[in-house]
Write a protein that binds this ligand. Structure first.
Ligand code: PLP
Length: 394
């Protein structure tokens, strides 16, 4: 008898992957240039030069036995020092290599944290709209996901709902700002209020409630937007970072968990994160790309096209009558659908070769996610399809 949960995870494709496959089939039929594929969040801009230059230099100059060998389980010590230095000068902090645990991307960072801190039956709070894999990760750690409905006016936090959801079973809260799929960034006021509530609840229930800050989009923000650095507001914050989006390196699988000294029993928490990494069989994050990412830790890919596309799509879609909350970062937007049936709406969109994802999977029906990490020329040509789609509902 196999593990039924794993069989089902391995056989059911996600809605996003399903659309992506449909897009490939359609591209073979009518030409890739005629398919407006806004389904998947694969960065469309190249990595900064620093990435290839460093990789080439390391390959040419480093002893291959070292470069391609195992590193310490928690990551190479020099790498962790470089990353701590980068964080310290950007956020005026005082982190040490011992605060960092290198991982294979934010997904692994989250799994290491969840498996490290949760006992069976613990509850983990998630805010809609949310990255659908959270449920997989939380249930994989034998914990229970508690979903807070979305604040669809601004995609901040519904604090009444948070208040009701907090209980003695709450072990952690996951936040993702800048957010996939809404593109929202939590304001300082939101962060402060949430921190106050989590401090009160930790006190009331007699144990720390950990804040897992899922931050693959930290640097992907538009003009004038700042992302509050959560460990400065809430001491029991574990940062789950990745370079998948900021350096356009999703296939290289590189990230880290930051466990600041301020976290209650931080050394034990760090040990639990490392123990979870060991138990999940990660061994160590890829050796070459640990070094590449550390050397490029202060850099970000040129994200100008995301902002250009955002401006173009927000204003054009609004002119057509779509309701869109303007994203402040990422390369996603999450407009309302015409009619409440987002699944039917996204099916209809396919008739115009427009591939957009229903909000239902993100815990927020009546919306659709548009991943606009595409060439601007394609975003422009897609407008006709968005217009035709809107006319079906008028
Ligand atoms: N968290 C969010 C919100 C994401 O959107 C993604 C990827 O799209 C991840 C985590 C996983 O990122 P990584 O590729 O670094 O594992």
């Amino acid at each position: 008898m196999l593990n039924e949960r794993m069989v089902s995870l391995g056989t059911q494709r996600s809605v996003i992957r399903e659309l992506f496959e449909f897009g490939k089939t359609r591209a073979a039929e009518i030409g890739a240039e005629n398919v407006f594929d806004f389904s998947i969040g694969n960065p469309s801009v190249p990595s900064p030069d620093c990435v290839n230059e460093t990789a080439i230099r390391l390959i040419q100059e480093t002893d291959p036995v070292v470069l391609h060998g195992y590193t310490s389980a928690q990551g190479d010590a020099v790498v962790r020092k470089q990353i701590a230095d980068s964080l310290n000068h950007r956020f005026l902090t005082n982190y040490r290599p011992e605060n960092l645990y290198m991982t294979v991307g934010a997904a692994a960072s989250l799994c290491c944290c969840l498996n490290g801190i949760c006992n069976p039956g613990d509850e983990v709070i998630v805010f809609a709209p949310y990255f659908p894999e959270y449920r997989v990760f939380i249930e994989g750690a034998h914990a229970v996901m508690k979903l807070i409905p979305a604040d669809t006016e601004a995609f901040q936090i519904d604090f009444d709902a948070l208040d009701k959801a907090l209980s003695e079973k709450t072990k952690a809260v996951i936040v993702n700002s800048p957010n996939n799929p809404s593109g929202a960034v939590y304001s300082e006021a939101t962060v402060k209020k949430m921190s106050d509530m989590l401090n009160e609840a930790s006190e009331k229930f007699g144990h720390p409630i950990y804040l897992l800050a899922d931050e693959p989009y930290r640097e992907i923000v538009f003009k004038g937007v700042t992302v509050p650095f959560l460990p400065k507001y809430y001491k029991n914050t574990l940062v789950c970072y990745s370079w998948s989006k900021s350096l356009s390196l999703p296939g290289e699988r590189m990230g880290y968990v930051l466990v600041p000294d301020d976290v209650a029993e931080s050394e034990l928490v760090y040990a639990a994160v490392a123990g979870a990494g060991r138990s999940l069989g990660y061994v160590n994050a890829p050796s070459l790309f640990q070094r590449v990412c550390a050397a490029c830790a202060d850099e970000t890919a040129d994200i100008a096209v995301y902002e250009t596309n955002k401006d173009l799509l927000v204003s054009s879609l609004r002119d057509m009558g779509y309701h869109v909350v303007e994203p402040q970062g990422t390369f996603y937007m999450f407009p309302r659908t015409f009619g409440t049936d987002d699944i039917a709406f996204c099916e209809k969109a396919k008739e115009f070769n427009l591939l957009i994802v229903p909000g239902t999977g993100f815990g927020c029906p009546g919306h659709t996610r548009i991943s606009y990490c595409v060439p601007t020329e394609r975003a422009k040509r897609s407008l006709d399809a968005f217009e035709k789609l809107s006319k079906c509902y008028k």
